[in-house]
Design a binder for this molecule. Structure first.
Ligand SMILES: Nc1ncnc2c1ncn2[C@@H]1O[C@H](COP(=O)(O)OP(=O)(O)OP(=O)(O)O)[C@@H](O)[C@H]1O
Ligand SMILES: [Mg+2]
Length: 323
């Protein structure tokens, strides 16, 4: 029987990495960690306000809002997450109080409470803050209907808050519920950029055309600055053909918007919220955490695109019609 070291020498001579898969994986994670540690992230000139939207449920909106925010905050940015989902998942994951009686985003959009009175500091990292959502928000869709300027309420509150800050935020992320109701419209009006997480699964692209149509309508009538700047592939499992196909299709259609980094399906990512943590603080060196750090770095380097860069599907007209 040959000695494993001999196998490795032969493989090395042939240019093949003969290290066992686990060792290769650890070496790769170490390399990625070093790249992240070496790079410094540029800060945006002014606050970038992004809404994280997809009316499809469970595609990774909240996970993305929380982990991109944590990744950016860990790398020195000042970040605010606005939890606009009555489920309050982002508030949970960021470890902030959101019991029913807690002042929340509901009070801001329904009772005109200044945003500064509801913002909480997340215990996660230095400059990471959260506007929590409580169960009261569940009734807000209906209450908003009869209010003046019902689509603009979050925008007004956020603009006022941002204008009064001495130390401005670099990023504001708004976590939307899985619907295209008035709460999501408020988020589209308050934001300048839309980030769409797409889960690498069958049906992932269904409903995308409706989402893009709605964004176009908002841009036309309520918020001319709105641009779909970023698409992030989530829960990517490179071992399945389906995930590879979905990723390819999305990249073919939206070559400029899709980040190179795809977030892998990872148990650590899904475990982190139960500890009231992002995966970045829960397990910094895990593949999920490194991917969110890499996605955050890409976002920071790309900066905010101009409105003229609205997503253009690729040339093939028959494909464009699908979206
Ligand atoms: N990369 C990942 N790996 C493994 N599990 C993940 C990953 N991303 C998200 N999940 C899990 O998938 C589920 C849905 O994710 P998440 O809550 O972020 O989606 P969502 O789009 O915000 O859902 P909703 O539409 O209900 O608001 C959660 O249980 C989450 O922990
Ligand atoms: Mg969510």
């Amino acid at each position: 029987m040959k000695h494993p070291a001999e196998d490795q020498r032969v493989a090395k001579a042939a240019g093949i990495d003969a290290a066992p898969p686990l060792a290769r994986e650890i070496a790769e994670l170490t390399r990625r960690r070093q790249v992240i540690a070496a790079g410094e992230l540029p800060k945006p000139e002014k606050t970038r306000v992004l809404t994280i939207s997809n009316q499809k449920g469970g595609v990774g909106k909240t996970t993305t809002a929380v982990n991109l925010a944590a990744a950016l905050a860990r790398q020195g940015a000042r970040v605010l997450v606005i939890d606009l989902d009555p489920q309050g998942n982002a508030s949970t994951a960021l470890g902030v109080e959101h019991r029913a009686e807690t002042p929340s985003v509901y009070d801001v959009i329904i009772n005109d409470m200044p945003m500064i009175e509801v913002v909480q500091k997340s215990p996660e990292f230095g400059a990471l803050f959260c506007v929590p959502a409580t169960i009261h928000l569940a009734g807000a869709e209906i209450e908003l209907v009869s209010l003046v300027a019902r689509e603009q309420r979050l925008r007004r509150a956020l603009d006022l808050y941002l204008a009064e800050m001495t130390e401005p935020y670099d990023y504001v992320f708004i976590d939307c519920p899985p619907s295209l109701g008035l709460l999501t419209i408020n988020a589209f009006v308050a934001a300048r950029e839309v980030l769409i997480p797409i889960q690498c699964e069958y049906y992932a692209l269904e409903g995308l055309s409706q989402l893009l149509k709605n964004i176009k309508l908002i841009e036309k009538h309520l918020n001319p600055d709105l641009v779909v700047s970023t698409i992030l592939l989530t829960m990517y499992d490179s071992r399945t053909n389906l995930a590879t196909q979905v990723a390819k299709e999305v990249r073919d259609h939206f070559p400029k918007e899709v980040l190179n980094t795809a977030i892998p399906r990872s148990v650590r990512v899904s475990e982190a919220p139960s500890y009231g943590q992002s995966v970045v603080s829960y397990d910094l060196n895990s593949a999920g955490s490194l991917s969110y750090l890499e996605a955050a770095a890409e976002m920071a380097h790309r900066g905010a695109p101009r409105s003229a860069d609205q997503p253009q599907s690729n040339e093939k007209p028959h494909k464009r019609e699908q979206y």
